[in-house]
Design a protein around this ligand. Structure first.
Ligand code: GDP
Ligand code: ZN
Length: 299
């Protein structure tokens, strides 16, 4: 009998497939049809697949077919990611906005919807919270304020994750594991588990794995998205297209190819001067722009 499912991980020649449209929450251990072994076809976590059952008791099956992918992330290598949940902490560690902005560019470039989650709201006052939120409100990306000890924002996040394939991103220490534990109370992953000796956290394996969420949907918790290099297909002219908050002002730039640096009559720069656009966000844009230009030179 055939069934449709989603690959949640690949491991030593087997693919573990979560059966769709089922109440039993079964994971099938699938081997490949011989013909696939000869082909260059890849199978990634996140792939929607068709399988044939071999042994219902042992939950073994054969992978027959991969359905077309909507997106394909290179690092981490996952198919069909729809959204990235970027966790930033208000404090401890201080918000790494340079990293946040880079992830936002990366996500927009790959047509993955970013959701911004600001965690540890219990550590800072309302004024500092509002200031940070105001920086990102004009992007129109969903913003979530969360606190694990106060159980704040967790149910909102759960709603966003519902029936979607998402990836969790953000630097170490911001609370990714704690949030996962709060979302899925049966997990109990070790929090703050960075071993002093090895300096490595819980990501000691290189296997990407999708975690099936009890409310429906899948979450990949992998460090890959947080340590990103800017993609090679990013050009200096295209960079600001990935800044939705710059869009309303770009229309006022005199030059179509305006990079919003020193060009005269630049709508973006004027918006920064009049306080309509966030200064820090603009300065970080200039940093990324410099990097993109440097990278173009080195080709
Ligand atoms: P990860 O490295 O991103 O997975 O972060 P962890 O989940 O391991 O959390 C790092 C530290 O921050 C731990 O000591 C957590 O208890 C703490 N932490 C996580 N979320 C919160 C929060 O919302 N508020 C406070 N005050 N501490 C938090
Ligand atoms: Zn401009």
């Amino acid at each position: 009998m055939q069934f449709k499912g989603i690959i949640i991980k690949g491991y030593s020649g087997f693919y573990y497939v979560w059966e769709e449209n089922q109440n039993s929450q079964k994971v099938w251990e699938c081997s490949l049809r011989g013909k696939f072994r000869l082909q260059t076809q890849t199978f990634l976590p996140g792939d929607h697949v068709v399988c044939t059952k071999i042994n219902t008791e042992k939950c073994t099956a054969v992978l027959e077919k991969v359905l077309p992918r909507s997106t394909e992330l290179i690092r981490p290598q996952i198919a069909n990611i729809e959204q990235v949940i970027i966790i930033t902490s208000f404090a401890e560690p201080e918000p790494d906005l340079a990293l946040l902005d880079r992830i936002l560019v990366q996500a927009a470039l790959q047509k993955i919807k970013p959701i911004l989650c600001f965690n540890k709201s219990d550590l800072v006052g309302e004024i500092s919270q509002k200031e940070l939120l105001a920086t990102y409100t004009p992007t129109n990306y969903p913003l979530i304020v969360s606190s694990v000890p106060e159980n704040k924002g967790i149910s909102v996040l759960k709603n966003w994750l519902h029936n979607k394939i998402s990836v969790l991103a953000g630097p170490s220490g911001v609370g990714k594991t704690s949030i996962l534990n709060a979302l899925e109370t049966h997990l109990s992953l070790p929090v703050g588990a960075v071993s002093r000796k090895s300096g490595r956290g819980r990501h000691t394996t290189r296997h990407v794995e999708l975690l099936p969420l009890s409310g429906g949907g899948f979450l990949a918790d992998t460090p890959g998205f947080s340590r990103l290099k800017l993609p090679a297909n990013l050009t200096r002219e295209s960079l600001s297209l990935f800044y939705p908050d710059f869009q309303p002002f770009q229309a006022f730039c005199q030059f179509k190819t305006c990079l919003h640096r020193e060009e005269p009559h630049c709508g973006v720069r004027e918006a920064v001067q009049t306080g309509q656009l966030n200064q820090g966000r603009y300065e970080r844009y200039l940093q990324i722009l410099n990097e993109v230009i440097e990278a173009e030179r080195s080709y």
